[in-house]
Design a protein around this ligand. Structure first.
Ligand code: GCB
Length: 603
């Protein structure tokens, strides 16, 4: 699916701004053609939760109405018109001028509707009904229940099966764009480098709605806007001596695709792309043929006031901070991030492990790892949850959306599923096959292992290209005892290495809750001293293993989550606070990462 941009043949209209908003009382007295009265004024895009000061609205579980009016000029009357949501969390029913025009389930991927026949010149009323409910068929997974209050009213509840606040709303831009009635629908770019990188063949597939006499022309431009190759869909497009997209040193070409009728250009679209190779070989993760070392973070889309809504300024600052401390990569834990962030990572050379919403696929999510001790790994996750359809859908939508991004070097199919439970292999095998089939660039695939999934218990690692581990020795296990934690860390890495000598291993999470400003001489848990010691211990062990290819710590910044006895106003494992101030450990991590090269660290 193409990102909405202005081109000589396309116009976009951004519907961001202040919309009308109201909780749906489910009495059925509002119909989507009416003006939403007695409403609150709320910003779009953003989560609704932290914009309101009324607890009952902030914490409401159920349905919500959003509404705005917009004007369409007569000028574009003859154009095809499309309404596109970057995301609406988690399920949306969309009405234009009172008529239902679309429905989408899944809160982190874009969807669009052709409104050519429904939009009118002049005023149009756009109404959206939204649900923030999650259950055992959705991703992320939620535990849904219903009760009644003292007045006999239905009360819905979602107990998140994951550790982040269940923000909801219209989180990403709502854009109206126009095209000619014959148009470019999709572009897939797959650059192939030859062995010595002296040449790149740029394979481009274009999906169009066109008539037989129409033709597709492709022109490739470098960063100085110089034409470097051109041709139609049957011609091989070759770039000699290509500039490679490198981690932290991005180079982006542009593919300009034109749909032509003789000399008339009916539609044109410009897609940025980078040329780079990615390969997993002999225990290494190779980018452009060289062993890459991941340094970076699991993150969240999470900022004050905006919640999970797009915050371009925060994204820019986060990347600036990452560069300053020597990081080179992120994982989009635990859902697809905004298209704006993905484009920024392309531009800034940030390497991305791109994750689906496959989080919470575990019968009961908690922080109790005692099952590690008593060996009771058999839960009924894969018979009691029913997430296959949602999982297939998000894999399709994620890869369709992000397939052209140079920054994406690996897909993460899930975070911390019950991969030790009966049925895990049968559940994941077809999902991995689907992802491999959908990706034109055939990137490596992984899923992220929870602690209970270790070399003895894990059932699915035959599927992955890289073994990705979330590990909390010294925190959830052997809490506060870093000597024991060090031995456990080393022991487990040795066991993985023995079992899969050909597969690279990396940490995709490790961290300790740290309350900024809390200090102690004896480095007690929750203090800034403990966080620093915890990381030093882990890093000592990482450096002993040749096929250990990366460290992405948890988390870049403190973030909002559901309340619980393990949480002090949010998850405090950030090395930055939620407002992006550094904790003490930032200095030592920065010292380490600025000395670890992006390539050949373990050579
Ligand atoms: C994990 C999860 C992450 C949590 C983290 C924690 O393993 O993947 O979503 O936030 O642990 O801090 O407990």
């Amino acid at each position: 699916m193409l990102y909405p941009i202005d081109t000589p043949t396309r116009t976009t209209k951004d519907l961001s701004g202040i919309w009308r908003f109201k909780v749906d009382d489910e009495k059925g007295d509002f119909t989507p053609d009416q003006v939403l009265t007695d409403s609150l004024s709320l910003a779009v895009p953003a989560s609704f939760n932290d914009q309101v000061s009324i607890d009952a609205i902030r914490n409401h579980v159920g349905y919500f109405w959003y509404q705005t009016d917009f004007q369409l000029p007569h000028l574009i009357a003859a154009e095809r018109k499309v309404l596109r949501f970057g995301s609406a969390t988690h399920e949306a029913w969309v009405y234009l001028n009172g008529q239902e025009i679309g429905h989408h389930k899944g809160g982190f991927t874009p969807f669009e509707m052709d409104i050519t026949d429904i939009a009118v010149a002049g005023n149009n009323r756009l109404t959206v009904r939204l649900s923030n409910m999650l259950d055992h068929t959705t991703l992320p997974v939620g535990n849904y229940s219903e009760t009644t209050d003292a007045h006999g009213r239905l009360v819905r509840q979602v107990d998140e099966n994951f550790d982040f606040y269940n923000y909801a709303g219209i989180h990403r831009p709502v854009i109206l764009y126009t095209t000619h009635k014959h148009y470019i629908d999709d572009i897939a770019i797959n650059p192939q480098l030859n062995e010595d990188f002296s040449k790149a063949q740029i394979n481009i597939a274009v999906k169009t709605h066109q008539l037989d006499q129409h033709q597709v022309l492709i022109e490739l431009f470098d960063e100085e806007d110089q034409l470097v190759a051109s041709g139609d869909l049957n011609e091989a497009l070759v770039i000699e001596n290509p500039q490679l997209w490198q981690p932290m040193k991005a180079y982006l070409y542009t593919a300009k695709v034109s749909l032509k009728d003789g000399s008339d250009i009916l539609d044109s679209y410009s897609e940025p792309f980078g040329i780079r190779s990615v390969e997993v070989k002999e225990g290494k993760f190779l980018i452009n043929g060289k062993p890459f070392y991941f340094k970076g973070f699991g993150k969240h889309e999470d900022t004050h006031i905006h919640g999970r809504g797009l915050d371009n300024a925060a994204n820019v600052l986060d990347i600036q901070l990452m560069k300053r401390i020597g990081a080179n990569s992120i994982r989009t834990s635990h859902y697809p991030y905004s298209e704006e962030m993905m484009r920024l990572c392309d531009r800034e050379g940030i390497v991305v492990i791109d994750e689906t919403t496959g989080v919470g696929i575990m019968e009961s999510f908690n922080f109790d790892v005692s099952i590690l001790e008593d060996g009771n790994f058999n839960d009924a996750t894969f018979t009691s949850l029913d997430t296959t359809a949602a999982h297939e859908q998000v894999i399709r939508e994620l890869i369709t959306r992000d397939k052209n991004h140079a920054c994406v070097v690996m897909w993460s199919i899930a975070n911390e599923a019950a991969t030790y439970s009966p049925g895990a292999l049968e559940y994941f095998t077809p999902l991995f096959e689907l992802a491999r089939e959908l990706d034109p660039q055939k990137r490596p695939l992984t899923l992220i292992h929870i602690m209970m999934s270790n070399p003895q218990t894990d059932l699915v690692s035959s599927l992955v290209d890289v073994i990705c581990l979330n590990r909390y020795y010294g925190w959830y296990v052997s809490h506060g005892d870093l000597d024991t934690a060090e031995a456990q860390t080393r022991g487990e890495l040795l066991a993985w290495q023995e079992k899969y000598p050909e597969k690279p291993i990396m940490y995709t999470e490790y961290g300790a809750d740290t309350v900024a400003g809390l200090h102690s001489m004896e480095a007690a848990p929750f203090t800034e001293e403990f966080q620093e010691d915890y990381y030093a211990m882990n890093h000592r062990v990482f450096d002993e293993f040749d096929n250990f290819v990366g460290e992405q710590l948890w988390n870049f910044a403190d973030f909002a989550t559901k309340i619980g006895i393990n949480r002090v106003q949010g998850n405090k494992k950030g090395i930055f606070t939620r407002d992006r101030q550094p904790k003490m450990t930032v200095r030592s991590i920065s010292e380490r990462w600025n000395h670890i090269p992006n390539f050949d660290y373990k050579a």
